[in-house]
Design a protein around this ligand. Structure first.
Ligand code: PGA
Length: 240
């Protein structure tokens, strides 16, 4: 697994944003998926700026969400919906049909999974997906031990994920499950970017690079993908 190292978080954000801009230039009606969470926030800012400056045209692009906490909606600070709309979608001029995002408040998660799977299929699959990595190596909410042949699915959240969740919500919330794109869908993407920033991600980036491909560390499952880029900043690379 080749790991590209850039100087710092702004450089990481700019590099990943440029990959999206290039993908959209190549395919103006691309289906794009960008993770929620803290890591992509700089990518969102770069893309909003590029859109406002006319350096990228999102008018024909479609976006699909990666995951969501079950039981949380737009009004909940730290939900994926609240973060991605607040930092990204609200600043672009998108039509409703350009966005497909999990409804964390759904009473019928199976139908919600089917809706998202069908949106992806109708767009011919994901063209480019930008992923963060959890402290436990999770990808989206694909936690350690995950099955690799799944489309969208409901997940029991790992203890590590539940503990980390406080940083988004500002307080402990009783979130026990998530809803997520599955590994089958993620690995079917034309290109994958895994990004990581900061000292706290150094250990899991090193483990991911050194470990064999196995669902024990879900990020290792990305390694066989022919168009995977792993891009990290210097601090996240510090244990390589
Ligand atoms: P983070 O989350 O970007 O907030 O660190 C990454 C993840 O859990 O996948």
């Amino acid at each position: 697994m080749n790991v590209e190292t850039v100087e710092n978080y702004p450089a990481l954000s700019a590099t990943v944003a440029q990959s999206i801009i290039d993908a959209v230039a190549r395919k103006p009606d691309a289906l794009v998926c960008i993770a929620g969470g803290d890591t992509p926030l700089g990518v969102f800012s770069e893309l909003v700026r590029a859109s406002q400056n006319g350096n990228v045209d999102f008018s024909r692009v479609a976006f699909v969400g990666l995951d969501e906490w079950l039981g949380l909606g737009k009004a909940d600070k730290g939900s994926c919906r609240e973060m991605v709309w607040g930092h990204f979608f609200n600043h672009l001029n998108l039509r409703d049909e350009q966005i497909c995002f999990f409804d964390g408040l759904t009473k019928d998660p199976a139908t919600e999974c089917q809706r998202v799977d069908e949106y992806i299929a109708a767009h011919g699959g994901i063209d480019i997906i930008v992923l963060g990595i959890g402290m436990n190596g999770h990808i989206g909410f694909n936690e350690p031990g995950v099955a690799t042949n799944t489309g969208c699915h409901v997940v029991d959240l790992d203890d590590v994920t539940q503990a980390v969740s406080v940083k988004y919500f500002g307080k402990p919330l009783p979130v026990k499950q998530g809803i997520s794109l599955g590994l089958k869908t993620i690995l079917a993407a034309q290109s994958i970017i895994l990004m990581a920033s900061g000292e706290k991600k150094a250990a899991i980036i090193a483990k991911t690079r050194n470990a064999p491909v196995s669902s024990a560390i879900p990020a290792t499952l990305l390694k066989p993908h022919p168009h995977l880029r792993v891009i990290v900043d210097r601090t996240a690379a510090s244990q390589l």
